[in-house]
Design a protein around this ligand. Sequence first.
Ligand SMILES: Cc1cc2nc3c(=O)[nH]c(=O)nc-3n(C[C@H](O)[C@H](O)[C@H](O)COP(=O)(O)OP(=O)(O)OC[C@H]3O[C@@H](n4cnc5c(N)ncnc54)[C@H](O)[C@@H]3O)c2cc1C
Ligand code: SF4
Length: 335
Amino acid sequence: MILFEFDHERPNTPDEAVALLTHAGPDARLLAGGTDLIPNMRYRTVTPALLVSLGAIQPEAPREEKDGSLRLDALAKLVTIENSALVRKRAPMLAESAHTVAGNQIRQMGTLGGNLCQDTRCLYFNQQHDFQFVAPCYKRGGDCCYPFPRNDKSTCWSVFMSDIAPALIALKAEIEIQGEQGLRRQPLEALYAGDGLKPHKLGQAELLRAVIVPPASPRQGWGYHKESVRGGLEFGMAILAATVTLAADSKACEGARLALGAVREAPVRLTETEKAMAGQALDAERIAEIAEAASQEVNPLPHHGFTKAHLRDVIRIQMRRLLARAVERAVNPNA
Ligand SMILES: Cc1cc2nc3c(=O)[nH]c(=O)nc-3n(C[C@H](O)[C@H](O)[C@H](O)COP(=O)(O)OP(=O)(O)OC[C@H]3O[C@@H](n4cnc5c(N)ncnc54)[C@H](O)[C@@H]3O)c2cc1C
Ligand code: SF4
């Protein structure tokens, strides 16, 4: 699959990158590690006239801020995130989620920002098109949808498959965005549009600068699971992340955040299930009920051959296991 011709710029600072994006207009794209963008360009699902490479900008190392939060440069490679002693100590779920992304070669190249801004995926979309299909689908600018033929052209049910976004959402992370007007900060979950045609709400001349993870509360535990057929090297079938904070008695649930990936066009927060957990004693029986409620709160999109019923089963079973693990870690942080 030969790449088409395009221009390439390599700015030295984020300001220069924003200026280039502003000047070039909608035909420009940011290039970080290229592990998502370049395959998509080879498949011609995206055909930018200009790539603005972030490769000359040196990322800062992960660091702890004065308020105890963890600051991660969006240009940090995934290997940096998974191996950083500070990240492993302060946000071990984030390190684990970075470790689950693809294989080592991809993690050596891929960045945190690129992972959070990757495109949604669909079996019909992410492959060479010419000899497979007669007509382009809606997301390719055509007039049909192969897996969901009753959808109209405003709807694309491709799935957002970042392994890291659900972990960061469960950790209540915020992002720093740089644009023409300067820097702004918002919760990570507000980045996602829930639209397979245009999954992110970043402006055309904006880039992700940093991810900020707040300090964990006392008695907070976590659980993370990426379900896939072959373990490593594969995109997730379903990704589950949770944090649970226990009250001073170390029994009742004071707060929880549950997030799923690879089941919809954006990461999904299970806010109803979270509310139902408040004040509950999280014993095995209650955890099983919560896991059942979690699997019913989400309406998973069938994708890559996995049915809705199967995805719900995976969510129910794995949510039960990871909530039990989160409670264990909340009671004993060294568990
Ligand atoms: C074989 C293979 C397996 C993979 N497996 C997984 C997996 O298991 N889990 C998973 O989550 N991902 C997986 N990926 C997807 C991808 O490799 C990773 O998500 C990676 O982290 C993307 O980062 P990147 O720097 O290479 O992004 P790029 O490819 O450089 O960029 C991706 C998108 O993000 C935009 N972008 C990049 N940086 C920024 C920024 N700072 N601000 C704003 N926009 C930005 C780009 O314009 C582009 O649209 C896989 C990819 C391949 C090829
Ligand atoms: S779900 Fe989206 S990407 Fe997949 S075929 Fe339909 S329109 Fe295309």
